[in-house]
Design a protein around this ligand. Structure first.
Ligand SMILES: NC(=O)c1ccc[n+]([C@@H]2O[C@H](COP(=O)([O-])OP(=O)(O)OC[C@H]3O[C@@H](n4cnc5c(N)ncnc54)[C@H](O)[C@@H]3O)[C@@H](O)[C@H]2O)c1
Length: 335
């Protein structure tokens, strides 16, 4: 099967994203194998993927986290740092993340700070991480119950996306990850939106969907590496979605909440279109939640300032507008 390659051009650190099937069996070529590598993963990522990566990297160690968002924490950050020190890692060595966004964010943050920064390679294995979190250089850990509060912008040396890894994801995780592609297409690319909407076999064509979604995110992050402006568009669906996710104690998946969150900021016509695509992939279009709690979470969102928050709206699929709303305005939208 054909491989897609995307080059991310940034001022200081450019890198390639390689997307395709069966890449893990032949990844040696992407690494300087003389280095030592610490592979960071979690205990839900199938061991077969780690085995393949280790085969290519003879001088590697593995650090396995427990799975789940609450493990993206300071205690694990410190444990990994101690592990690097124990194995005498130096500036010429590297970190490899093999897993979803949780592993990628934590491993990237470790790489950004160990000896003031060592090489970082990302092998994302969930659809969310392949389509979204593996690009853009955001790394972070959670602290004092605040998500992603400590982190850094730090670019990887390469991102290697083997779409075969998606075969072991549950259908629910897969479709939840697809929401980020739906989000990107809804704001920038009507053709991709319709492609996802009408695709007969989304599993078979997922490499193309990932490729096209990453091209959108590439344009955004190349223009706005550190989220000073344009990058806000990637928050479509996230203002309310993220608050719902937290208010419901993560019982709904991230993508499921973002999907619901997009509907609040869409015109009736766009909303109908987005609802159709969500339903097609068994994604919820509504849920019950504690309105007061959701509103309070939005008020304390890192992105809100002086009781106002800038939000992304889609009036027509493929285009977006930025509107600054007060917390009271958002309250009126909630059910
Ligand atoms: N850095 C960014 O730009 C960015 C963007 C969006 C989200 N994120 C972060 O990403 C995280 C969420 O990522 P996620 O949705 O990938 O969740 P996750 O990393 O927690 O993975 C979800 C589950 O899938 C398992 N898993 C991973 N790969 C698998 C595979 N191939 N087969 C079977 N199981 C597999 C994991 O072990 C885990 O149990 C959050 O921490 C979020 O903050 C970061």
């Amino acid at each position: 099967m054909k491989k897609h390659i995307i080059k991310i051009n940034l001022d200081a650190n450019s890198y390639k994203i390689i997307i395709g099937s069966n890449i893990l069996s032949n990844i040696k070529r992407y690494f300087d194998t003389n280095r030592k590598f610490l592979i960071i993963t979690d205990d839900n990522v199938p061991k077969a993927y780690i085995k393949k990566v280790r085969l290519a990297l003879p001088r590697s160690y593995v650090f396995t986290l427990k799975h789940g968002e609450n493990n993206k924490n300071n205690a694990n950050y410190q444990k990994i740092m101690n592990n690097l020190i124990k194995h005498n890692f130096d500036r010429s060595d590297a970190i490899v993340a093999v897993g979803g966004g949780m592993v990628g964010d934590l491993a990237g943050f470790v790489a950004s700070t160990y000896m003031r920064g060592i090489a970082f390679y990302n092998i994302p294995t969930t659809l969310l991480s392949q389509v979204d979190s593996s690009i853009g250089g955001k790394t972070a850990i959670n602290m004092s119950k605040v998500k992603n509060i400590v982190g850094a912008f730090y670019q990887p040396k390469a991102v290697i996306i083997d779409t075969d890894t998606l075969k072991t994801l549950t259908e629910r995780e897969f479709y939840s990850g697809l929401v980020e592609a739906i989000k990107m297409s809804a704001t920038f690319d009507k053709r991709l939106f319709n492609y996802i909407k009408n695709c007969k076999d989304v599993y078979r064509h997922i490499d193309y969907i990932i490729y096209r979604s990453l091209l959108i995110k590439k344009k955004v992050v190349e223009k706005d590496e550190k989220e000073k402006g344009l990058r806000k568009v990637l928050n479509f669906g996230h203002t309310i979605g993220h608050a719902i996710e937290e208010a419901k104690n993560y019982r709904l998946l991230h993508g499921e909440c973002v999907g619901i969150g997009m509907l609040y900021f869409s015109s009736p016509k766009a909303r109908e279109n987005i609802e159709q695509i969500l339903r097609r992939y068994n994604l919820p279009t509504t849920c019950t939640y504690d309105k007061k709690k959701v509103l309070s979470l939005i008020k304390h969102d890192k992105k809100s300032k002086d009781n106002k928050i800038s939000t992304i709206h889609v009036d027509k699929i493929g285009r977006y507008k930025v509107r600054t709303l007060s917390i009271e305005d958002i309250g009126k939208l909630l059910v």
